[in-house]
Design a protein around this ligand. Structure first.
Ligand code: PLP
Length: 397
C-alpha cells in the first residue's frame, strides 16, 4: 500500500514512525531490512540501463544509492517538509560536501564566528586555501552580517543555536537579505532538529544535520543529512556520489531506528533542559546559565519566534575558576564526560575538550567562550535525579 504523507497534516510523531517506510521492500517486512550489499544484479540489460539512466526506479551501486539509506532520506525529507534529501557518512561530510559543491574558487561565503568546531576549521583553513573568500561576523551581530551580505555573497551559512554558548541568529531576516543578492542560504539545524526549528519555513534553501546527535539519539552511529530544494540537493548529491562520503546502510538503519522516537525524545530533552536551566540559574554556586528557554537569555524573544522548543543543550559556569569545573564534572554520577551531545544519556564537558578542542585559549576568548564553562547536554533521564546529581557536585566547590 502506498501511503500518502503530508508534513502539514500529519504530526511529527506519526511521520517519524511511518514516513518513508512503505515503498522500498516488498514481502511485507514491517521493519526495513539492512541492505548490506554493495551492488545490485540484473538479468536484463535493458532494465539495468534504464535504472542507470534513472528512467526506472532501482539501485546500481551502494556508493550512489542504497534502499536502506533511501528510507532514511525519505523520512527526514518528510519530517522537514522538503523537496529532497541526501545522506552522508558523517555530519562533517554533509557540511564539507555542501560547501565544496557551491564554493568554488573566487566565491564568497558569509557566516558567523561561532560555528561547530569542525565547520570553523573549514572556514578558517581549508576554504581560504582553495581561493574561497570567507567573511565571519560576530554571532548575533545582525548589522555586520547584513553589511557583509549586501556587499555581495554566494552562500550564507548559519548555525543556531550555537555551541556551546547557545547564541541565536535570526534566520528569516538574514535569509531574506541573502536572497536579495542571489545567495544560497544554508542552516545547520543539528541542535534544534525538525521538532524544535523549521528552517525551510523561514526561507532557508538547505538544512544540514549531524544525524550523529539527536536524530540518531543513541550515540551508536555517525551520519549526516541535508534537506531542501531539489535542484540544490541534487547538485550536492552528484558531488557526494563521486567524493564517496556515502552513509553506511547499517548506520542508516540505526539512525532510522532513532528517528522513530525523535519527537518523544526531543520533548523530554526540552522539558529536562528547561527545568535544569531554571534550577541552575537559582543555584548559589552557579554564576551564569546559557539556555534560549530562559527569559534571562538576551535573545529569548527571538527564540520564542523561531523555535518551538529550546533543545537539550545548556551551558553554565560554576563559581570559581577551572578547578570548579573539574570538581563538578568529576563528581557527576549521571553524566558521561565525553565529546558528544544529543544522546539519551546526559553528557557533559568543558569546551576545551568538546566543541572547541581545536581552538586555542585566545580563540575561545575571542569567541566569548568562558574557560570555566560546562556544556551539559541533558539526556532523557528522570530530571529529579539529574537535579540531585548536579546539586551534590556543585556543593563540593
Ligand atoms: C557534531 C556536530 C557536527 C558534526 O557532525 P559529525 O557527525 O560529528 O561529523 C556539525 N554540526 C554540529 C552543530 C554538531 O553538533
Amino acid at each position: 500500500m502506498k501511503k500518502d504523507f503530508n508534513p502539514i497534516e500529519n504530526g511529527f510523531g506519526t511521520l517519524s514512525v511511518w514516513a518513508g517506510e512503505d515503498q522500498l521492500f516488498d514481502q511485507g517486512a514491517t521493519v526495513p531490512p539492512i541492505a548490506l550489499n554493495v551492488t545490485f544484479g540484473y538479468n536484463d540489460l535493458e532494465e539495468w540501463q534504464a535504472v542507470a539512466n534513472g528512467t526506472l526506479p532501482g539501485h546500481i551501486y551502494s556508493r550512489n544509492t542504497n534502499p536502506s539509506t533511501r528510507i532514511l532520506e525519505e523520512k527526514i525529507r518528510l519530517l522537514d517538509g522538503a523537496e529532497a534529501a541526501c545522506s552522508f557518512s558523517t555530519g562533517m561530510a554533509a557540511i564539507s560536501n555542501t560547501l565544496s559543491t557551491f564554493l568554488t574558487p573566487g566565491k564568497k561565503v558569509v557566516s558567523q564566528k561561532d560555528t561547530y568546531g569542525g565547520t570553523s576549521v573549514l572556514f578558517l583553513n581549508f576554504l581560504p586555501e582553495r581561493g574561497v573568500h570567507v567573511e565571519l561576523c560576530d554571532t548575533g551581530d545582525v548589522e555586520s552580517m547584513l553589511v557583509e551580505i549586501k556587499k555581495g555573497c554566494d552562500l550564507l551559512y548559519l548555525e543556531t543555536p550555537t555551541n556551546p554558548t547557545l547564541k541565536l541568529v535570526d534566520i528569516k531576516q538574514l535569509a531574506d537579505a541573502a536572497h536579495q543578492v542571489g545567495a544560497i542560504v544554508v542552516v545547520d539545524n543539528t541542535f534544534a532538529t525538525p521538532i524544535n526549528q523549521r528552517p525551510l519555513s523561514l526561507g532557508v534553501d538547505l538544512v544540514i544535520y549531524s544525524a550523529t546527535k539527536f536524530l540518531c539519539g543513541h550515540a551508536d552511529a555517525l551520519g549526516g543529512l541535508i534537506t531542501g530544494k531539489a535542484e540544490l540537493v541534487k547538485r550536492v548529491f552528484s558531488y557526494r556520489e563521486i567524493n564517496g562520503a556515502a552513509l553506511h546502510p547499517f548506520s542508516s538503519y540505526l539512525i532510522l531506528r532513532g528517528l522513530r522516537t525523535l519527537e518523544l525524545r526531543m520533548l523530554r530533552h526540552n522539558e529536562n533542559a528547561q527545568y535544569l536551566a531554571e534550577y541552575l540559574e537559582s543555584h548559589p554556586k552557579v554564576d551564569s546559565v546559557f539556555y534560549p528557554g530562559l527569559s534571562s537569555h538576551p535573545q529569548h524573544e527571538l527564540a520564542k519566534a523561531q523555535m518551538s522548543g529550546y533543545g537539550g543543550v545548556l551551558s553554565f559556569t560554576p563559581s570559581g575558576d577551572f578547578e570548579s569545573v573539574k570538581i563538578v564534572l568529576e563528581n557527576l554520577q549521571f553524566a558521561r564526560l565525553a565529546a558528544h551531545l544529543g544522546s539519551v544519556d546526559t553528557i557533559a564537558g568543558p569546551p576545551r575538550t568538546t566543541s572547541h578542542v581545536e581552538a586555542s585559549p585566545e580563540e575561545r576568548r575571542m569567541l566569548g567562550i568562558p574557560e570555566n564553562l560546562i556544556r551539559y547536554a541533558v539526556g532523557i533521564e528522570n530530571v529529579r535525579d539529574l537535579e540531585k546529581d548536579l546539586d551534590k557536585a556543585l556543593r563540593l566547590i
